[in-house]
Ligand binder design. Structure first.
Ligand code: 5GP
Ligand code: ZN
Length: 117
């Protein structure tokens, strides 16, 4: 993977502005926007602008950008005044991944269960 935009990728379309999203933060390398089907009072997705399929692939190709994604997740949590939150990278269909452009879910504002189920 080289990070090039994919024509059939929903999140590449959000990066390009071809699909609307409620963007809450943006940097040179990342975009953060509200999940369309929120699972918590705060549910924001943080993505790299470059297309990689999952967090490990991004870490291998461009670790600084994975760090940007995680740092932005923390900034979202701070913006939302969350002192506790979860960052989730569902990886693989069996774990619930449905969009094949890496995204960190930032979830907070309610109690969380462990193990997550
Ligand atoms: P996954 O299941 O791959 O971990 O997460 C994909 C997430 O993308 C889901 O939580 C889903 O609600 C969200 N999602 C799917 N389509 C859209 C969309 O068009 N806009 C936004 N903002 N979120 C979306
Ligand atoms: Zn993509």
């Amino acid at each position: 993977e080289d990070g090039a935009p994919q024509d059939d990728c929903l999140f590449c379309k959000i990066v390009a502005g071809k699909v609307p999203a409620t963007v809450v933060r943006e940097t040179e390398t990342t975009v953060a926007f509200r999940d369309i089907n929120p699972q918590a009072p705060t549910h924001v997705l943080v993505i790299p602008k470059a297309h990689y399929r999952d967090a490990a692939s991004l870490a291998a190709a461009d670790p600084a950008v994975l760090a940007d994604v995680v740092r932005e997740a923390g900034e979202v949590a701070a913006d939302e005044k969350l002192d506790s939150y979860r960052i989730v990278f569902n990886t693989g269909s069996g774990a619930g991944q449905t969009v094949w452009h890496v995204h960190g879910h930032v979830l907070g504002g309610r109690g969380m269960q462990w193990p997550p189920g």
